[in-house]
Structure formats: structure tokens, C-alpha cells
Ligand binder design. Structure first.
Ligand SMILES: Cc1cc2nc3c(=O)[nH]c(=O)nc-3n(C[C@H](O)[C@H](O)[C@H](O)COP(=O)(O)OP(=O)(O)OC[C@H]3O[C@@H](n4cnc5c(N)ncnc54)[C@H](O)[C@@H]3O)c2cc1C
Length: 314
């Protein structure tokens, strides 16, 4: 494409993986750009408590990611808010990365597009988004001040977010499909200690209903299959934390993925297509956290620089 802007590297996604890649790309003096479709910071912006990022004992998601963005910008990183619509691979080994505003002619790409919430799949879920159903406690918790809230999920994210919601809600019920939690014990204990939460094991929500807000929830007992419907005078919140789905559609035609869509990479974050790297939650990795995403981004940018012939390993 002749009018496309030429770049050494296009980084797709401005979460911790993309931000770290952009810092390392600057350090390697690459002509790089980072494209983010929503807010620079990624999923981390959804959490109000981050306690496990080394060197930062206690912070909130926004502060941590704003510090990363500022650090990248101070180093001269080029960052633009736009949505990458497609990637095309040319015969010369270059890539055309297309956004609504312009196209980039890139010698290499780092896909750091992360993951999005998995839907729980109950009746009314999509219909009630913004009217009671939410995937972000930090964003929507305050709308449920003094109200009852249900949190679906049994992993760390679900318990962390349930804990956060106890600050606002009159009561938080964790709805867990299985007979146990997958979350760390310390977190579960913290939730219990609030005195404002309870857990319904072996239970799923099958339907939500109401007028403008959710005032009816139908639960299924997963042991015997029976269903019961609870009604509420005031609208309640249903927060869903049942996992994430990788945002890998952009590269599915070019790279190997797991059946679930996670991009397979080697230790250098290289995919099966030379020039395409992947970092963070979008890739097949045993741990998906801020620290691992940042680490992946650093490795990916360093490997991209090596691919482009910049001697960064010495
Ligand atoms: C509620 C919650 C709480 C969490 N708490 C913690 C915690 O306490 N500690 C911890 O270590 N981890 C935590 N995590 C996990 C952590 O947020 C993720 O592991 C991390 O954000 C992954 O970073 P990433 O850069 O790979 O992806 P993401 O953070 O998902 O960033 C990817 C970015 O790519 C953008 N993007 C996607 N597609 C496109 C496109 N086509 N064009 C342009 N941009 C695109 C997205 O908008 C997004 O901003 C939490 C996650 C959640 C959801």
C-alpha cells in the first residue's frame, strides 16, 4: 500500500504487555507505534486493588497503568487511540495494519490485544448489560450502593471483585457453579471476614428479568437441577467473572493458536509467522497477570528488534 505509514513495529494493544513493549521498543530506537482501541491501561483499569506487582506494594489499576503510560511517553513512545481492523500479510514479509483512519506498512507486529470477559450465558445477560449486568466492579460498583449484588465465578478475579463490591452493596452473594472456590484461600478468608458476603455453591444463574432493572433472578441447583426464582424490591447487580476470551481474531489466519484461540509462541514471543510476535494474556501462557504481561512485552520488543536486525542482545 503506497500511502500507508511505514513503521518498523506496530504494537496492537495498550495494556501492560503493549506498554512494556513500547518502552523496550523505544530503548531499542525502533520506529514503533502503539495502537489502543479504548483506554491505555487495558484490563488493569478495571481493578481498584493491585497488590502483587513487584516494587509497588499497594496501588490501584489506574495509577499503575498511568505510570506505565507516562514512562513510555516520556521515553518518546508514539501512542494512538484507534481500533485495528485488519492485518494483511504481503509477499515481501511486511504487513499492512489497517485502522479506520489510516494504514501502517509494518515490518513487524506485536499482538498485545489481551482478552475480553467470557459471557456466563444466562437468559437476559446481554439485554441487561448496563441495567444490572456488569463485567467491571470498579466501573459499576458504585451504582449498587446499599443494594444486593450477585457475583458469578469462583476464581481470584471473582473473589477480588466481590470483596471490592462489599464496600458498596448491602450484601454480596458469590454464585459458584462447583462445590469449591478456585480462588486463593487468603482472598476467600478476606471476603468472609467482611461479614457482608455469602457463597452459594453448586449454583448457576439461568435467567435475569425485570422492567428497567433486574428484580428477578432464577437460580439452578447444579446438584439436583431444580430451579428457584428470587424477587427483589430494588434492582440488583449481577457481576460476571467467569474467565476471559483471547482477542486473537486479527492474526488467526496467520499464526498457530490453541483450540481456545490463545496464540502459541516460543520463548521469544515469536509466533509461527516470522515478524508477528504476541505478548500478554492473548498468548498461550500458564499465568496471566500484569507482571507476566509486562515481561512478555519486554521480550517481544527485544525479539522484534533482533528480527529487524537491531543488535540489542549484546
Ligand atoms: C477485574 C480484574 C482484576 C485483575 N486484577 C489483577 C491484579 O490484581 N494483579 C494482576 O497482576 N493482574 C490482574 N488482572 C489481570 C491483568 O489485568 C491482565 O493479566 C493484564 O491486564 C494483561 O495485560 P495485556 O496487556 O496482555 O492485555 P489487556 O490488559 O487486556 O490489554 C489489551 C489491550 O488491547 C486493546 N485491544 C484489543 N484489540 C484491539 C484492537 N483491535 N485494536 C486496538 N487495541 C486493541 C484492548 O482495548 C486492551 O486495552 C486482573 C484482571 C481483571 C479483569
Amino acid at each position: 500500500m503506497s500511502d500507508a505509514t511505514k513503521k518498523d513495529l506496530v504494537i496492537i494493544g495498550g495494556g501492560p504487555a503493549g506498554m512494556s513493549a513500547s518502552i523496550y521498543a523505544q530503548r531499542a530506537l525502533l520506529d514503533a507505534i502503539t495502537l489502543e482501541q479504548q483506554a491505555f491501561g487495558g484490563q488493569v483499569l478495571q481493578t481498584s486493588e493491585v497488590d502483587n506487582y513487584p516494587g509497588v506494594p499497594h496501588t490501584d489499576g489506574y495509577s499503575l497503568m498511568e505510570a506505565m503510560r507516562q514512562q513510555a511517553t516520556d521515553l518518546g513512545a508514539c501512542m494512538t487511540t484507534t481500533n485495528v481492523e485488519s492485518i494483511e500479510r504481503g509477499e515481501d514479509g511486511r504487513f499492512v495494519v489497517t485502522t479506520p483512519q489510516q494504514a501502517y506498512d509494518a515490518r513487524s507486529i506485536i499482538l498485545a490485544a489481551g482478552a475480553v470477559p467470557r459471557l456466563a450465558g444466562f437468559e437476559g445477560e446481554k439485554e441487561y448489560v448496563g441495567r444490572g449486568v456488569s463485567y467491571c466492579a470498579t466501573c459499576d460498583g458504585m451504582f449498587f450502593r446499599g443494594r444486593e449484588v450477585f457475583v458469578i465465578g469462583g476464581g481470584n478475579s471473582a473473589v477480588e471483585e466481590a470483596l471490592f463490591l462489599t464496600r458498596f452493596a448491602s450484601h454480596v452473594t458469590l454464585v459458584v457453579r462447583k462445590d469449591h472456590l478456585r480462588a486463593q484461600r487468603a482472598l476467600a478468608k478476606e471476603l468472609e471476614d467482611t461479614g457482608k458476603a455469602s457463597i452459594r455453591f453448586l449454583t448457576s444463574i439461568v435467567k435475569v428479568d425485570g422492567q428497567t432493572a433486574i428484580t428477578e433472578i432464577t437460580f439452578r441447583n447444579n446438584e439436583d437441577g431444580t430451579q428457584t426464582t428470587d424477587t427483589f424490591e430494588q434492582g440488583v447487580g449481577v457481576f460476571v467473572f467467569v474467565g476471559r476470551v483471547p482477542t486473537s481474531e486479527l492474526v488467526r489466519d496467520y499464526v498457530e493458536t490453541t483450540p481456545a484461540g490463545y496464540v502459541i509462541t516460543d520463548a521469544h514471543m515469536a509466533t509461527s509467522t516470522p515478524g508477528i510476535f504476541a505478548a500478554g494474556d492473548v498468548r498461550d501462557t500458564p499465568l496471566r497477570q500484569i507482571v507476566t504481561a509486562a515481561s512478555d512485552g519486554a521480550v517481544a520488543a527485544t525479539a522484534a528488534a533482533a528480527y529487524l536486525g537491531v543488535p540489542v542482545y549484546e
